[in-house]
Ligand binder design. Sequence first.
Ligand code: HEC
Ligand code: HEC
Ligand code: HEC
Ligand code: HEC
Ligand code: HEC
Length: 363
Amino acid sequence: MNSAGKDKWWVGVAAIIVAMVVGLGANAMLGSSSAPTSAPDKPATSTATASNAPTTPTANNASPQQTNGEAVNTVTTSAGAPQQTSGEQTTAAATSPDAPQQTTEAQTSASNTTTITTDYERARWNPIHFKPGIDKATDADCLKCHQEVLDDKVREVSPAGVKTANTLAWYQTLDTYEGPQMTFHQRHLTGPLIKKVANMSCTTCHQGNNPRDETNNTAADTPTGMTMRKMADPNVCLMCHGQFPYQNMGLPGPWHDSGAAFQNNCLLCHAAIRTNRHKVNFLKADAIEKEGAANSDTCFGCHGGRAWYRISFPYPRHSWPGMGATAPDWAKDRPTESDLRFLIQDAAAPTTPAQATAQGSKP
Ligand code: HEC
Ligand code: HEC
Ligand code: HEC
Ligand code: HEC
Ligand code: HEC
């Protein structure tokens, strides 16, 4: 009885042990059967992270090329390349003077392939945003990713319930202001007035900025020549939004005081003074003269009428027929040519007014 009972007891224990072993085995089987999916899963995620990492230039290596799909690959080679260089540059820049050159070459070639990618960081650091890539970029290139800049409209009503149509700033009450309220970008690119007098492109204002630190020289590989915490250099804005420089004109006071004495007509003097003007790639020189002749408010609009600054722009002083031999004191340090990057490119510098007019009016 006893021994039989013992036997049974052992059978029971054995049964439990067998059950446990089978259970464990099954578990292990289950585990290993799910393992093939989950185990590669992990490496996959971590490579994916690594491929997103290019923001941090140090985390760069060739891996992005392998992980991403075909669509991204075109960009990977273009956008990835300069980042790799800059990644290397972090260590190399101090010792090798060649490193920056490599970056330049890589970026130049990269800027030719603007492919849309859904990789946010890669797009954000796309070399098209920076020199020298940005020098060749067309509006169409930028708009491939930034169409919203022109499409988005202002609200019709503010969150507090004020109707947009009822909130006009003083400068929006002038004759030259046409149409409903628009966004900043629309006013400078597609608005009725700007289309008449100017031919601005994205790169007239945008010359790159540093999305990481918003300033220059915080690391060996950050872009240089940027304006701190700004996406555009305010000197560009100042050209069209400075004060009316009446002192330089020998006028007794601001235009709203002194203008009446000159029939509120800029051309009374400027038909003969500083006539060599506006021959830059973002203005339509001939159209400006036409508009200005009809209404001097068009001239004033860019030369004091929309002054967001307390100073005026130190305009280059181009020579003009009949100009005096000696420059006035305030003009002693003025350049005699417009900024290089605004010169009209497709021909030698315009020499005759006719040529200049033809070029200035190009869209
Ligand atoms: C491949 C797509 C792509 C192209 C092409 C592109 N951008 Fe961008 N850009 C981005 C992305 C993505 C961001 C980040 C957007 C954000 O953070 O809201 C960005 C950000 C910007 C910013 C804001 C930068 C900041 O500090 O937040 C400016 C300004 C800008 N781009 C201008 C341009 C201009 C000008 C061009 C043409 C020369 C251009 N972009 C071409 C994708 C692109
Ligand atoms: C008149 C100068 C000017 C022109 C022309 C211009 N921008 Fe801008 N852009 C700015 C300024 C100024 C900002 C705002 C910067 C800030 O908020 O710090 C800006 C901001 C941006 C931003 C950041 C997001 C936003 O909407 O604030 C993007 C993207 C951008 N611009 C793209 C473009 C593109 C693309 C074009 C050409 C189609 C263009 N810009 C033309 C001056 C300009
Ligand atoms: C080539 C000349 C030119 C440049 C450069 C320029 N603007 Fe303007 N800006 C204008 C004109 C013209 C208008 C008026 C447009 C209109 O009334 O339709 C204007 C209008 C504005 C307005 C009023 C927009 C509105 O809806 O009422 C603001 C704000 C402004 N500019 C800011 C800037 C800033 C900031 C920059 C530099 C990033 C800049 N502008 C560069 C010519 C220029
Ligand atoms: C009484 C004649 C007179 C009138 C009227 C006049 N100007 Fe002038 N303007 C001058 C003279 C003189 C200069 C300086 C010429 C020189 O460079 O020696 C000048 C220079 C300028 C300059 C260049 C300033 C600089 O710092 O380089 C601008 C811009 C200008 N005028 C715009 C206008 C506009 C716009 C109006 C009308 C709203 C106007 N002027 C009306 C006589 C006039
Ligand atoms: C859309 C804005 C705009 C309008 C409208 C405009 N100007 Fe200008 N003006 C500028 C800019 C920008 C410059 C500097 C261009 C450059 O860098 O050469 C300039 C330069 C000048 C200069 C300096 C010329 C020189 O020696 O280079 C004079 C004078 C002048 N403008 C007078 C006028 C008169 C007169 C009118 C009307 C007939 C007028 N402006 C209308 C934007 C404008």
